[in-house]
Design a binder for this molecule. Structure first.
Ligand code: SF4
Length: 362
């Protein structure tokens, strides 16, 4: 009965207001015989004034407001819980219209606030160190549902007089398996009439869906591309990340080379250090040899403890040693600062807890 209701809902569901760029709105209003400036007014209400209903759009003609209301929804995210860390990290667990739960995180940096968004409900990629994949993939989010997460984060920051300065597409899901929605999301949040988040302040991370890396290289975007590498050779990578059996490491590195040549941009390789698995000096040497001479940055991530997986954390001195070895190969290396270590910091952990507690409504 419950599922029948949701299928019924999906069938009759309206589009979301956050799905659209200014150009999309311009087409929409002109198709209805309205002047183009109405598109700017709509964008202003949605992204600057951040209203949550069409009735509030007081400078629009009543007929147009009715037309908007007949055609669109605001994609409300219903807050289930919000966790706040002592370091300022804020983690939201929100319910979507069909009952699925997703996570969004605000992280504080010296250069501003960044928001980490979810692109799929669950994930089918199966990385062995990740809680988000434990229940498999339920569905893709559409662009508006991803944009809504940034708008909600901005509403939270409004109370502090702060703004979202950057966005990382690194939450639950593999964005390159929800490619079209991800690209539209980037275009909407980058829109000067909307949130206007600069492309260089947007990072998208993929586990290595090779065909879409080529596609992404050809989009003409200036977004930061991060690749989840996590191993210095194919054999180990295939054990940690099943996606590497579909797209082996040599093919992945070739695609990355194409991306760097096509865009002139540096690639970031994410490397989660997992105690005893991929964090030994020989792994660092192998990785250094693999990446030496390429235009890249390696970001070392001390892996978060996920109770469902039996992975231990790499000791601090070993992390620094790993970095030192990589730098010996002239590979730029950073260590990711931890955010929210006193809350359910690992991606998917809060959602997994919520599902375990039986509160899942889907
Ligand atoms: S790390 Fe990303 S791609 Fe891998 S399983 Fe988790 S959500 Fe999916």
């Amino acid at each position: 009965m419950f599922w029948t209701l949701f299928i019924w809902w999906d069938f009759f569901m309206k589009a979301f207001v956050y799905d659209r760029t200014h150009a999309d709105w311009k087409n929409w209003v002109q198709e209805r015989g309205e002047p183009a400036f109405r598109a700017s007014q709509i964008m202003d209400w949605i992204y600057q004034k951040r209203v949550t209903s069409f009735e509030e759009m007081s400078n629009l003609p009543k007929g147009l407001r009715q037309c908007l209301s007949d055609s669109f929804d605001f994609a409300p995210l219903d807050n289930i819980t919000t966790q706040q860390s002592a370091d300022g990290t804020v983690k939201f667990l929100n319910r979507l219209h069909d009952g699925h739960a997703i996570e969004t995180v605000i992280m504080r940096h010296h250069y501003g606030n960044s928001v980490c968004v979810t692109t799929q409900v669950g994930c089918r990629v199966g990385c062995t160190f990740c809680a988000s994949t434990l229940g498999g993939l339920k569905r893709n989010l559409n662009a508006g549902e991803i944009v809504a997460q940034v708008v909600e984060a901005q509403r939270y920051l409004d109370r502090e007089g702060e703004r979202v300065g950057s966005v990382v597409i690194m939450g639950i899901g593999e964005p390159f398996e929800n490619y079209d929605a991800m690209i539209q999301f980037i275009r909407v949040i980058n829109d000067p009439k909307g949130l206007h988040i600069g492309q260089r302040h947007i990072t998208v991370s993929t586990s290595g869906i090779v065909p879409n890396i080529y596609r992404f290289a050809d989009e003409g975007l200036q977004v930061v591309l991060a690749i989840s590498l996590h191993a210095p050779n194919q054999e180990l990578r295939a054990k940690l990340m099943p996606v590497s059996r579909r797209f082996p490491l040599p093919e992945l590195l070739e695609a990355c080379q194409y991306y760097m040549e096509k865009t002139g941009r540096r690639i970031t390789y994410e490397y989660a250090l997992i105690g005893g698995k991929n964090d030994q000096p020989e792994h660092a040497h192998e990785l250094g040899q693999l990446l030496a001479g390429t235009h890249c940055l390696v970001n070392l991530i001390p892996v978060n403890y996920v109770p469902e997986r039996n992975y231990t954390r790499t000791p601090r001195n070993q992390i620094f040693e790993f970095k030192r070895i990589l730098e010996g190969y002239k590979v730029n290396t950073t260590i990711r600062r931890e955010h929210g270590s006193d809350i359910d910091a690992a991606c998917g952990q809060l959602r997994a807890k919520h599902m375990d507690s039986g509160q899942k409504t889907s």
